[in-house]
Design a protein around this ligand. Structure first.
Ligand SMILES: *[C@@H]1O[C@H](CO)[C@@H](O)[C@H](O)[C@H]1NC(C)=O
Length: 409
């Protein structure tokens, strides 16, 4: 399989800015490779010799028939045998074929912001070489056909900002080489399967749906660098079994759910995390001292919970901190190092707490009965004793299966 050319995604104008919570915004940011590949620009061209073209034609015509509205007239070009000339369809040389026999295959579809109405059809699985399907900001409804598991080359699936609904589309988890799964801003509901976090995905975007139930205990097994569960209905505690967790995770966005209980001690294992946002939940108790291990964290937002105790200096001392937001909890004080954050030019918002002598705090009666005040977070079991720095590499070696690039059919 040497010299095999993976069809790769188009280049986007909008670039990811991984250090902002802008991740929760509507999708369409596009390509996600995280060093596992590269991008090439592809130009549509004709493919007279393509032995696949019948299958591709069948697939795209079946899909076109399942579209009911096309306000920008995109599908007007979806006629005739040359599928590479269809708007939004990208072709590249078939992989694994010698140059003299080369032909073009459909390697990607980008219909972002086309505002098409319709549904996905099972015939799309006939696009044997499809590597990306970007459908951000359309009006597709229904769910993902089971046949999608046959899309062996598909690595990026962006269905964000559509009208998909029903339970989690488990067919996506059977797509063998999927790396980027974006289901943001739809109406999916119900529980999220355990398998989601076991799959070798690099980006998992589920925010702004109606997913609920407990976050699966497999969460920290995920090798993803970004996991956004924000703006859903997840309840129960944050899984505490960090033993198998990847150290690669950089963004954890769980804001605006219904999470309860303590912040587990194992968060200290998130040694690469840059953005940790647990705000707008019902987390309670004291902060775990392991937060001091988050040496890369730049944005730490735990606002609008029921956390209490002193805001410890080990949090305020975090060396990469740029924004510490702890507002609307029940903190009763903070250490001198926290006061110094203002001199370090770190954004520090502690309004709406119970800190004596400070402005913009809760009225004293509210501070009398702290919700979850008796909750001792130290009793939460963790799978192994935490030592911030030194043991990290060792933990990786013990628990993570090294990533190997998926072999192609
Ligand atoms: C810090 O984070 C909070 C919460 O996400 C946000 O409202 C605020 O604008 C941020 N501050 C800066 C300076 O980025």
């Amino acid at each position: 399989m040497q010299g095999l050319r993976l069809p790769l995604a188009v280049v986007f104008l909008q670039v990811f800015t991984p250090k902002s919570s802008a991740f929760v915004g509507t999708g369409g940011a596009g390509v996600w490779f995280n060093g596992r590949g590269g991008s090439t620009t592809q130009t549509p061209s004709s493919n007279p010799q393509d032995p696949n073209s019948n299958r591709e034609y069948t697939a795209l015509q079946a899909w076109r028939s399942a579209m009911t509205e096309d306000p920008y007239g995109i599908l007007a070009s979806w006629f005739g045998p040359d599928v590479c000339s269809y708007r939004g369809v990208f072709c590249s040389d078939a992989p694994g074929v010698p140059i003299f026999a080369s032909f073009r295959v459909v390697s990607g579809i980008d219909l972002n912001h086309a505002y098409l109405k319709g549904s996905l059809v099972k015939e799309l699985a006939l696009l044997d070489h499809l590597s990306f399907l970007h459908l951000n900001s359309n009006r597709f409804s229904g769910t993902v056909p089971d046949s999608f598991r046959e899309l062996h080359y598909l690595s990026e699936l962006d269905l964000s900002n559509n009208r998909f609904s029903g339970p989690f589309p488990t067919s996506t988890l059977l797509i063998p080489n999927l790396i980027y799964l974006d289901l943001r801003f739809n109406s999916f509901s119900g529980e999220v399967p355990d398998e989601l976090f076991v799959k070798d995905l690099d980006a998992i975007f589920l925010n702004n749906n109606q997913f609920g139930g407990q976050i699966p205990m497999t969460l920290w097994a995920s090798p993803a660098s970004v996991i956004t569960l924000a703006n859903n209905q997840f309840s129960g505690s944050i899984p505490f079994n960090f033993g198998y967790m990847s150290s690669r995770i950089r963004e954890v966005l769980f804001l605006n759910n219904k999470l309860t209980g303590c912040i587990p001690e194992g968060v200290g294992y998130l040694t690469d995390v840059e953005v940790l946002d647990l705000s707008f939940n019902s987390l309670a108790g004291h902060l775990p001292s392991t937060l001091s291990c988050l040496s890369e964290v730049e944005v730490l937002n735990i606002a609008h919970n029921q956390l209490s105790g002193e805001l410890p200096e080990l949090v305020c001392d975090l060396r990469s901190l740029a924004n510490l937001t702890v507002s609307y909890n029940f903190f009763s004080g903070f250490s001198l190092d926290c006061a110094r954050l203002f001199f370090r030019n770190v954004w520090f918002d502690f309004s709406g707490n119970c800190i004596p002598g400070s402005d913009m705090q809760r009225p004293p009666p509210e501070c009398m009965g702290i919700p979850g005040g008796g909750l001792s977070c130290l009793r939460i079991p963790s799978t192994r004793p935490l030592a911030c720095a030194g043991s990290m590499g060792q933990r990786d070696g013990m628990n993570r299966v090294p990533y190997t690039f998926p072999s192609l059919p």
